[in-house]
Design a binder for this molecule. Structure first.
Ligand SMILES: Nc1ncnc2c1ncn2[C@@H]1O[C@H](COP(=O)(O)OP(=O)(O)OP(=O)(O)O)[C@@H](O)[C@H]1O
Ligand SMILES: [Mg+2]
Length: 361
């Protein structure tokens, strides 16, 4: 595991990122917008694997696309290697494209079925005119071997490969330009469970051998448990908890993180009785609830939660949580939150059956 806090400039630093989309039917609804990402701060250090985890619709792909430069943020900044991408020159943006590469979710649609594997893997080399055609062909074969495929696969079409093999081709293509950061959006969710571990292992080996940083998006915490150094948990456009993977699994503080962990099958269900699942669906990003976005579903919400947006509070060693109850329990109450009598006993969040969930907003 990597050092998570340090003084070196992070490879990627996202500050106050906001992305809204016009709501469909916006003409009818006036200026209504979808709040996809609502003020996210996130750092990825060199050689570090950071996982972005959350339910469907929490804004993970939008954030990943902003980092890749595929979606323009509404507000906030994205610094790569200390440089603000929004003010970068054209040539700096070209270099950025080489240094940050995507790995897509669906290897079935991310490869052109008319192209050979070799052409797909070598596309970046061709477009940047790196080396001679013969040198590029050699490099393509090396890349295939690096991701565990025989070099002769360069002549095959994607339809002749399994899902796992196609994802390996997608990863080889992402490696072709020698990137420093891979942004992998649900890289294994379209694959058979038996193949998922192989692809995750491949990413871990590449991170170690090439010193790659990886920002990996997943629904499921168990997918990233063994490959990520750090986890950022997202809910309705915001990061609600972040910390080292070991800390988040051992000592989850946010009720949403606890709920995600409760969904991971455990051979001994009595081991973590404090992990309470959530009920109901995530509210619409068209009208996120005021205060803490989770409060309508939260088993430990106190009145403050419905009006005051909790700040990400550092509990120590880079473990941050955006929850009034958890921060107060850890002795770090949010100074902007109003004191509330019902929030005083926060040593153990109350179980759902002891405290009914407040009505949904
Ligand atoms: N191009 C778009 N136009 C309008 N709304 C969008 C667009 N892209 C995403 N959204 C909305 O933004 C919100 C966040 O979407 P996003 O795809 O980032 O979530 P996600 O966490 O990646 O979800 P999933 O786990 O299902 O992939 C959703 O409500 C989605 O409907
Ligand atoms: Mg997504």
């Amino acid at each position: 595991m990597k050092q998570i806090e340090g003084t070196e400039t992070p490879l990627l630093a996202v500050h106050g990122l906001v992305k809204t989309y016009p709501a469909s039917g916006a003409r009818l609804w006036g200026s209504r917008v979808v709040h996809a990402v609502s003020g996210v701060d996130l750092e990825v250090r060199r050689g570090e694997n950071v996982a972005l985890v959350g339910e469907s619709g929490s804004g993970k792909t939008t954030l990943a696309r902003c980092v890749l430069g595929l979606t323009r943020p509404t507000a906030g900044s994205i610094d790569f290697d200390g440089r603000d991408m929004s003010t970068a020159t054209r040539s700096q943006r070209g270099a950025f494209r080489r240094r940050v590469q995507p790995v897509f979710q669906d290897p079935f649609s991310s490869l052109d079925p008319r192209w050979t594997v070799g052409r797909s893997v070598g596309e970046g080399l061709d477009s940047f005119r790196i080396g001679t055609p013969a040198e590029r062909a050699v490099r393509v074969r090396e890349l295939l071997e690096q991701v565990g495929l025989p070099a002769r696969y360069a002549g095959l079409r994607p339809t002749e490969l399994s899902g796992g093999q196609r994802q390996r081709v997608g990863i080889a293509a992402a490696l072709a330009l020698g990137p420093e950061l891979l942004v992998a959006d649900e890289p294994v969710s379209a694959l058979d469970v038996s193949v998922q571990a192989q692809i995750l292992n491949l990413l871990a080996v590449l991170q170690r051998d090439l010193g790659l940083a990886i920002l990996v998006v997943a629904h499921d915490l168990s997918v990233v448990r063994h490959i990520s150094d750090r986890i950022a948990v997202m809910y309705l456009g915001r990061i609600v908890e972040t910390g080292s993977t070991a800390t988040v699994f051992r000592d989850p503080r946010h009720p949403y993180t606890r709920a995600l962990l409760s969904a991971i099958p455990d051979p001994d269900p009595a081991r973590r009785p404090d992990l309470v699942p959530l009920h109901g669906d995530m509210p619409s990003p068209l009208s996120p609830p005021p205060g803490c976005h989770l409060h309508p579903r939260c088993p430990v919400a106190v009145p403050t939660c419905s009006s005051v947006d909790p700040a990400l509070t550092d509990l120590g060693a880079g473990h941050r949580v955006a929850c009034h109850v958890a921060a107060a329990a850890a002795g770090h109450p949010d100074p902007t939150a109003q004191p509330d009598a019902s929030a005083t006993d926060t040593s153990t969040p109350r179980r759902e059956e002891e405290r009914p969930c407040p009505p949904r907003a």
